[in-house]
Design a protein around this ligand. Structure first.
Ligand SMILES: Cc1cc2nc3c(=O)[nH]c(=O)nc-3n(C[C@H](O)[C@H](O)[C@H](O)COP(=O)(O)OP(=O)(O)OC[C@H]3O[C@@H](n4cnc5c(N)ncnc54)[C@H](O)[C@@H]3O)c2cc1C
Length: 378
């Protein structure tokens, strides 16, 4: 009987299984993940909550074998109807300073549960130091602060997310932390101890230290199998490993040959949809313009497109004079990226404009009265 063995039950692995079920795949489906019931990660940093994709009954109902194991030894498929799918995701990058073992990370359900228990049991004045102010660090800092902790957020740059959301919005969002009672420090961590962190000679008292300095693709298994790995498992547009066509790689662990590796939720889902098309022999999936979101304090931040492609930026301010949207244009004036706070339907509209290669009117981009439907009409 044909078979698909998916290693990794993150959004990529789970979505592939769901797509195969929906498209009535006739073979056996197995998901192996040491972490057990597949769950979604975004809620971990936004609410310290664990959100399973589906109950155990769903897997039973569809005959999916759910194996709680960390796979370290697996055979390559030997026939064309058997598929091995690596959906192994990422691992947190670890700090390389003295005392780094005192810092926790926030990457798994177990991490979120542990941090939630620590913060729930905390007393008044509990001090949390967060190292790294990227998407996860900023979200966790916001969550910990809302739960009553005194938070210090350390970044090595005053605009930590500038490369992915644009300089100006990155600066504003980072500066916003201070208005929500979070102390921000730009500096370099020198060492960590059980009760403090040293940053550029300053001692910061800490009851809890969380490090969020980035992630690396988990390619251990792929390397062991002799597959091509270069900042991710290198795949073709069909998600096939360029080394072995019966092995697919999807999600954060995979990188399409000739492109940058995507590390976002929607991209992982699209990889999974494409893997299903490859397995079922159906039409290739149309890729959408990259998009991701992040929630911090009471703000919903969305980014569309690719800020590394921009030549100029156009800003839109809200009626209170705060930057609400940054649009990135390429050298020809075409829209190639945008970031926004509480943009409503604007992200979807921008996706469409980028896909169509539109060069919108600059005044329209700047004008807060021009809504998503009107943008790009002139
Ligand atoms: C805290 C947090 C918040 C996030 N928030 C957002 C957000 O707001 N917006 C957004 O766009 N993206 C967000 N992301 C990123 C998004 O969640 C990832 O892009 C997505 O999870 C990638 O899915 P994946 O299935 O490729 O990998 P993962 O979700 O990392 O899952 C990989 C799974 O593979 C398993 N695995 C690895 N090796 C093995 C092995 N050898 N054997 C068995 N199992 C194995 C792991 O246990 C893991 O469960 C967030 C990520 C984190 C960690």
């Amino acid at each position: 009987m044909p078979s698909v063995h998916i290693i990794g039950g993150g959004v990529a692995g789970y979505t592939l299984a769901r797509e195969l079920v929906q498209q009535q795949y006739s073979g056996t489906i197995t998901i192996s993940d040491a972490q057990g019931l597949p769950y979604d990660r975004p809620a971990l940093s936004k609410a310290l909550q664990v959100e399973p994709f589906a109950p155990v009954a769903w897997y039973q109902q569809h005959g999916i074998n759910l194996i709680q194991e960390s796979v370290s030894n697996v055979q390559l498929p030997t026939c064309e109807s058997d598929w091995l799918v690596l959906a192994t995701g990422t691992r947190p990058t670890l700090l390389e300073v003295q005392g780094a073992e005192h810092a926790r990370t926030l990457h798994t359900a177990a991490d979120a549960v542990a941090l939630s228990q620590i913060i729930d049991a905390a007393y008044f004045g509990f001090q949390v130091v967060v190292i790294g102010a990227g998407l996860i660090g900023a979200e966790f800092a916001s969550t910990a602060s809302m739960l009553g902790a005194q938070v210090t957020l350390i970044s090595n740059h005053p605009a930590p997310l500038r490369a992915v959301i644009g300089q100006e919005l990155a600066e504003q969002l980072h500066a916003d932390h201070a208005q929500r009672g979070i102390r921000t420090i730009t500096g370099t961590v020198q060492s960590i101890a059980a009760d403090h962190v040293m940053v550029d000679g300053e001692r910061l008292e800490a009851n809890l230290v969380v490090s969020a300095i980035g992630v690396k693709p988990d390619t251990t298994l792929a390397s062991d199998l002799g597959l091509s790995v270069d900042d991710g498992i290198v795949v073709d547009p069909h998600q096939r490993s360029i080394t072995n066509g019966q092995v697919l790689a999807i999600g954060d662990a995979a990188r399409h040959e000739g492109t940058k590796r995507a590390v976002h939720w929607e991209a992982a889902m699209e990889d999974a949809a494409q893997a299903a098309a490859t397995i079922l022999g159906t039409e290739p999936v149309k890729r959408s313009v990259p998009w991701f979101w992040s929630d911090r304090h009471d703000m919903h931040v969305e980014t569309v497109g690719d800020f590394s492609q921009i030549a100029t930026t156009v800003h839109r301010y809200n009626r209170r004079g705060k930057l609400q949207m940054t649009f990135g244009l390429d050298a020809q004036g075409q829209l190639v990226a945008a970031s926004m706070i509480d943009g409503g339907l604007m992200a979807k509209a921008v996706k469409r404009l980028i896909a169509r290669g539109i060069a919108p009117n600059i005044n329209d981009l700047e004008d807060p009265n021009v809504g998503p439907r009107e943008l790009g009409r002139n």
